[in-house]
Design a protein around this ligand. Structure first.
Ligand SMILES: C[S@@+](CC[C@H](N)C(=O)[O-])C[C@H]1O[C@@H](n2cnc3c(N)ncnc32)[C@H](O)[C@@H]1O
Length: 275
């Protein structure tokens, strides 16, 4: 492994990923509000958002903790640069973004009230090491909170067998690169090994129907956009043929115009106390 951001995150350095991360945080707005409520974000707190991407979540947290501060760190210089611009454009001044590695944080022990990390653990080499580092920089009495998906919780009506087959293949290809799309169910084990106690796991389903077509589209297009960025690799690896890919995309279009369409995904929030 080299020190390149692309070795840590396959979508690093891509402008389309900047837009996808922003759209994704928007689509998950209700789940994020629920997470903020659970971790009890309060004015005056000092919060870390480790692996902040474009800072979409850090900006939301900053408005909740003002006059406190949010520190967003990420391994990708492009995301950090965009995060600074987006925060400046929105006039959010109590958030700072810095380049950094979640496994080796530059902050001292006990710096933050809350150390939060969303959709990152699935990309790291050693999740216990990452959570142990988050614990180190959190104050005694504070919390480490990690939010991650688990593809085992994906349900759709009508079913999309070709799309799901493709997504499972993407999951396998991702696993070889070190991305674990089934990390949600492992959070309790990871937090226990990192020495956090007590630990609470909150399964947070997110769903949409044709009553909220924009949301339905976002939910279903998140995996499509992820695969679109890796399509050529998957074809090169022989995981998928062009025709198979095109058929799966037709299935997605048919799903989106089905009057009774329903889609659900599952996020897990793990909250561990630092004692
Ligand atoms: C799916 S994105 C999630 C971004 C953000 N947390 C959000 O919810 O929008 C994963 C992020 O983790 C970052 N990342 C992956 N490995 C990292 C590491 N070792 N240190 C810091 N950031 C990392 C990537 O650059 C990317 O921005």
């Amino acid at each position: 492994m080299t020190g390149k951001p692309q070795d840590r995150y396959v979508h690093a350095g891509k402008l389309e990923e900047v837009m996808r991360l922003e759209a994704q945080a928007k689509a998950f707005g209700k789940v994020l509000e629920k997470e903020f409520e659970i971790v009890d974000l309060k004015p005056g707190m000092k919060v870390l958002d480790a692996g902040c991407g474009t800072g979409a979540v850090a900006r939301k947290m900053a408005t909740k903790v003002s006059p406190g501060e949010v520190y967003g760190i990420d391994i990708d210089p492009l995301f950090i640069c965009e995060a600074r611009k987006l925060a400046a454009n929105e006039g959010v001044s109590n958030v700072r973004f810095e380049l950094g590695d979640v496994d080796s944080l530059k902050y001292g022990d006990g710096t933050f009230d809350i150390s939060y990390c969303r959709l990152v653990l699935m990309h790291v080499k050693n999740p216990v090491k990452t959570v142990t580092e988050l614990k180190r920089v959190t104050k005694k009495g504070g919390v480490v909170a990690v939010s991650d998906n688990d593809d085992g919780g994906v349900i759709t009506y009508p079913e999309m067998p070709k799309m799901m087959d493709l997504w499972t293949k993407y999951g396998r290809s991702a696993k070889i690169r070190g991305e674990d799309r089934y990390i949600g169910r492992q959070l309790f084990s990871i937090f226990s090994h990192a020495g956090l106690s007590p630990i609470t796991i909150y399964p947070l389903p997110i769903h949409a129907t044709q009553q909220t077509p924009e949301m339905l589209k976002m939910l279903v297009l998140v995996p499509v956009q992820i695969m679109e960025q890796c399509k050529e690799n998957m074809m090169r690896e022989g995981l998928v043929a062009v025709e198979h890919y095109e058929e799966a995309m037709k299935e997605v279009q048919a799903f989106l115009s089905h009057p009774g369409a329903f889609a659900m995904g599952l996020t897990f929030l793990a909250v561990g106390k630092v004692t």
